[in-house]
Structures are given as structure tokens and as C-alpha cells.
Design a protein around this ligand. Structure first.
Ligand SMILES: *Cc1c(COP(=O)(O)O)cnc(C)c1O
Length: 468
């Protein structure tokens, strides 16, 4: 067990953040108590998919009586089945024979590259330009919203095993997004007044000390066209002390106040994956303190098999959030990267889960949208499964699209009980083809959509010719 820091008075002081990784996990009592086979599996897989956690997650969120099935354990520690048999055995023999760090790393990199480290054309398609120069550390995919990856915020308080950002954490330099260039961000925003929202993401921007975070955020407060600043963060769940007892917690709240007093909407986009993350007094206090600055907390997470694949879990998450004043925002489908074979669920099942949970909450929690896939053309919302004539189909729409004209037009895909991601879906009719856009097709050619009876290109769905 990690002993709390002691103050000169001899009393335990506030818990100080310290990362736990493969390098120092063996010093914890929980690791020592763990089954030897389980320990070896975690050790082996973490050579490829590293873990990082902290004493708060270990002591307060994981229920060790329920390990290895405990959802927070699954969220924190890699599992044997995340690698295929061949890859697992290869790494395990290197570890067992005491191979050099370089040899293990070389094998790990080979395996990582087979895990689709950068899905959805993110690296190539959304990079903004200033004076014909690509700007690194930024993505501009949807007209109103720019993503910014502050260079100093490219790690997290703890890694989630499912996270699509895993490639950033494993030292593959050319796969890394980063930017120290807040000047470029400001210049870009001044040139693009259509951008109303800046979303700080990472990694996790809240890993930064307040003084550093302020250097990124304050310059935006003078830009009239920026209305909303969002910060995507797992810290509210994995290290809520950031807002309560860290040395600069109060400074952080003062920074948030400066944002809201400047007339901007500030939203902490909290990555809450399980209701236990909102169960501790410090997690609840963090939400209370953030909201006291005029900022909002919104909740989003993917559906993750082994972690939150029951409707009651989502219902509990949303209702607990709403009682604390956090606003349910998105339920995502797990992306097609990393250990997705381990975490994914069929799309129809994600929809069923969503529906079951949504049915059982009041309108206050029905601000949530999903399940949604962040894929190349946009955020694809699974509206449901239905019969179109004699064909079973998915009903879909884009909530966000790189082509705004695609937003909120229902379309159909052939039902496929196995499908776990957008690119496995096929258009149901000729008219639905317009919605299936791959990264290698030009993203900027204007689409010709003519609407008849609510559907583009005159398709009627029910009697439209089904494609093979
Ligand atoms: C989700 C997302 C956004 C934000 O979209 P909103 O609909 O404004 O929440 C922006 N950029 C990318 C790439 C996204 O995936």
C-alpha cells in the first residue's frame, strides 16, 4: 500500500500524485497479493500495451475481491487476451528468457503496428494549414470545432486499456501528436471565425500544472469568435484530487473562473466509464468544485466489453452524474484500434444497451446521444435496427460530419449481426452509398444530395433497390 505523505505535524497530508507503472507496481501490496499467473499476463501484455495507474485507482476504485473481473481492474490493467496467441507467446518467451529491453521493444513495436495505431484518417485528413504550412498539434475536422493537443499534455494520470490514444504513449515518435504552438492556434482561430469551439485534448490536458495550462487557455479569452472551451479529461475519474487537494487545485479553479467570467462556456468533458468513478467523496467534491466556477462537467465514454457492457451500469452512471450536476453527453462505440477485439461489442448490442439504459432514466439524463462511432466521415449515430421492406437494416445518421450537409439525414445499412464498426457496414440501397465515404476518396468534393420525402437522391428506403 502506498503510505500517504506525512506533514511535519506527523499527520497524513493530502495524497500526492505518483504514477504507478510496470517499473514500480511491484511495490504495492495489491500486486504482491495477486495470483502469479495473472501477474505474469499483466507483465507480458504491458510490454506492448503499457499501463499506468495511481494509488487512488488502486485503493479506492478497484474492488480487489473481484479481480480479475472487476471492471476497474479491466480498465486499468492489460489482459492476456488483448494479444493474439502468437504475439503473446513471443513476448512471453522474450520476457522469460530475460531478453534485452531493446529486443522486447522491437517485438512490441512490430505488434503495435499491427494494431491500427491511428484509425479514421486522423493523422492525414484533419491537419489545418496556416500560410500553406501544416499546423501540428491541431485537428480541424468539423467546421465549428478545433481539437488542440497541447504539447505538454500528452500523457494521462492513468491509461485506460481500451484507449485509442495508446499509440501516443508508447514512444513511437512519428505517431505522436504534439504542439507547443499556442501562437499558431491563436493565429488559426483569428483566421477562422467559423470556429466557435476549441477542444483541448491529449493525452490529458489536466495532467498539466495550472500555470502551464493557463498559458494555453488565456490567449483564447480575447478571441471573440471562440464561445466554448472544452477540456477532454479522465482526471475527474482517475485523479479528482486535481481539483480538490493538489497544490494548485485552487489556482485551477481560479483559472476556470477567469474563463467563465470572460463570457466563455467552459466544459470539462469527463471520461467517466463506470459509476464507481463517481462514488467516492473526492470524486463528488471535484464535480462540485468545478461547477462552482461556472464550468460544466459533461460525461462521455465508449461501451467497453468487460467494463460497462450492462444497461444498469449506464443507467447508474447517468443518474449519478445528473444528481451531481454532470451532463450525460456521448456514448461511443469502441474504436477499431489497439485491443479492440477484446473490448468491442456488435453494433446491434451497443444500440440495445443504450436503449435499455435510456428507457430507464428521466429526461434529465436523455441529453446523452449514442451509440456513436467517430469514423472517417463523421460521428455516425446508430439510431436502431428495423425492417425496410423485407430487409433488416441499421438506421443511421451523422451527428457530426466533415461534410455538414450529411448531418441528421437518416440512412440505411444492411443489418450485420457481426459488425462492430462503420467500415464493416454496407449501404442498403443505391441512395445510401453517399454516406459511405472512405479516407482515400476526396473529402472535399461537394456532394449532390437531392432530398425527396426526407431522403437524399429520391430514395424511399422501403422500396428502393437493395444492393448486394
Ligand atoms: C467529437 C469530435 C469533436 C466535437 O464534436 P461535437 O459534436 O462538437 O461534440 C470535434 N472533433 C472531432 C475530431 C471529434 O471526434
Amino acid at each position: 500500500m502506498i503510505t500517504p505523505e506525512t506533514e511535519p505535524s506527523g499527520r497524513p497530508g493530502p495524497e500526492r500524485y505518483r504514477a504507478l507503472t510496470r517499473a514500480n507496481i511491484a511495490k504495492t501490496a495489491q500486486w504482491e497479493a495477486m495470483d502469479a499467473d495473472l501477474r505474469e499476463a499483466v507483465d507480458v501484455v504491458s510490454r506492448v500495451l503499457p499501463f499506468r495507474t495511481n494509488a487512488y485507482v488502486m485503493d479506492e476504485l478497484i474492488d480487489w475481491a473481484d479481480v480479475p473481473d472487476d471492471p476497474m481492474f479491466r480498465l486499468t490493467f492489460p489482459h492476456r487476451d488483448m494479444l493474439d496467441d502468437g504475439a503473446y507467446r513471443e513476448v512471453r518467451s522474450l520476457v522469460r528468457e530475460g531478453a534485452s529491453r531493446e529486443a522486447i521493444e522491437a517485438e512490441a513495436n512490430r505488434i503495435r503496428l499491427s494494431l491500427n495505431p491511428h484509425p479514421a484518417g486522423q493523422m492525414t485528413h484533419n491537419v489545418p494549414m496556416i500560410d500553406d504550412e501544416p499546423v501540428s498539434g491541431m485537428q480541424h475536422k468539423y467546421r465549428e470545432t478545433v481539437l488542440f493537443f497541447p504539447g505538454q499534455g500528452q500523457t494521462c494520470h492513468a491509461y485506460c486499456t481500451f484507449c485509442f490514444r495508446w499509440a501516443q504513449f508508447v514512444g513511437l515518435e512519428d505517431l505522436k501528436f504534439s504542439s507547443k504552438e499556442v501562437d499558431q492556434l491563436v493565429a488559426y482561430l483569428r483566421e477562422h471565425p467559423e470556429v466557435t469551439d476549441v477542444l483541448f485534448t491529449g493525452g490529458d490536458p489536466m495532467i498539466m500544472k495550472t500555470a502551464l495550462l493557463a498559458k494555453y487557455i488565456e490567449p483564447l479569452l480575447d478571441i471573440e469568435s471562440v464561445r466554448t472551451i472544452r477540456i477532454g479529461t479522465k482526471s475527474v475519474a482517475y485523479w479528482p484530487q486535481r481539483y480538490v487537494s493538489d497544490a494548485d487545485a485552487d489556482d485551477c479553479l481560479r483559472l476556470f473562473e477567469r474563463v467563465t467570467h470572460a463570457g466563455k462556456h467552459l466544459a470539462l468533458m469527463g471520461h467517466y466509464s463506470h459509476p464507481v468513478e463517481l462514488s467516492t467523496p473526492v470524486a463528488q467534491e471535484a464535480v462540485r468544485r468545478i461547477r462552482s466556477t461556472g464550468a460544466n462537467v459533461r460525461m462521455q465514454s465508449p461501451v467497453i466489453r468487460h467494463v460497462n457492457d450492462e444497461a444498469s451500469t449506464w443507467r447508474e452512471l447517468w443518474t449519478r452524474g445528473v444528481s451531481l450536476g454532470a451532463i450525460p453527453y456521448y456514448m461511443f462505440v469502441e474504436r477499431d484500434t489497439g485491443a479492440h477485439d477484446y473490448f468491442q461489442l456488435p453494433l446491434w448490442r451497443c444500440w440495445e444497451l443504450f436503449r435499455e439504459a435510456y428507457q430507464r432514466v428521466s429526461g434529465m439524463a436523455r441529453t446523452v446521444r449514442g451509440p456513436s462511432m467517430s469514423c472517417f466521415p463523421g460521428k455516425c449515430h446508430i439510431l436502431g435496427v428495423t425492417d425496410v421492406g423485407d430487409k433488416k437494416a441499421f438506421v443511421l445518421e451523422f451527428l457530426q460530419a466533415r461534410r455538414p450537409e450529411l448531418v441528421r439525414r437518416p440512412f440505411f445499412a444492411k443489418f450485420d449481426p457481426e459488425a462492430t464498426w462503420y467500415d464493416q457496414l454496407r449501404p442498403l440501397t443505391e441512395a445510401d452509398r453517399a454516406y459511405f465515404i472512405a479516407p482515400d476518396e476526396s473529402a472535399h468534393e461537394p456532394l449532390e444530395l437531392t432530398v425527396s420525402a426526407g431522403r437524399p437522391n429520391g430514395a424511399t428506403g422501403a422500396d428502393g433497390a437493395a444492393l448486394n
